[in-house]
Design a protein around this ligand. Structure first.
Ligand SMILES: [Zn+2]
Length: 86
């Protein structure tokens, strides 16, 4: 996903601007893996294979997202995090 496109994304929950943490980019600098986080509601949206996972809470499958986060903890040394607040 292109950086300019990511900059236009907002939180699906509260429409707040998102913070981007880039973990992996391809040769064209597109973000392949990363984390979008909302400073307002504290939700975290992973970018997996260049695609941001930005479904509303009721459609999120944290059981599928969590293994990716666990791998990133090992690979990139990211802090432990909750995908959803609370
Ligand atoms: Zn939010």
């Amino acid at each position: 996903m292109k950086l300019q496109t990511i900059a236009k994304l907002c939180c699906p929950f509260d429409k707040h601007d998102l913070k981007l943490k880039i973990l992996a980019q391809d040769l064209e600098k597109n973000v392949q893996e990363g984390l979008l986080s909302c400073p307002n509601c504290l939700r975290v949206y992973p970018i997996v294979y260049g695609v941001p996972i930005m479904a509303p809470d009721e459609y999120r499958q944290t059981a599928l997202e969590q293994p990716v986060i666990d791998r990133w903890k090992l690979e990139y040394g990211i802090e432990p995090l909750n995908l959803l607040p609370g």
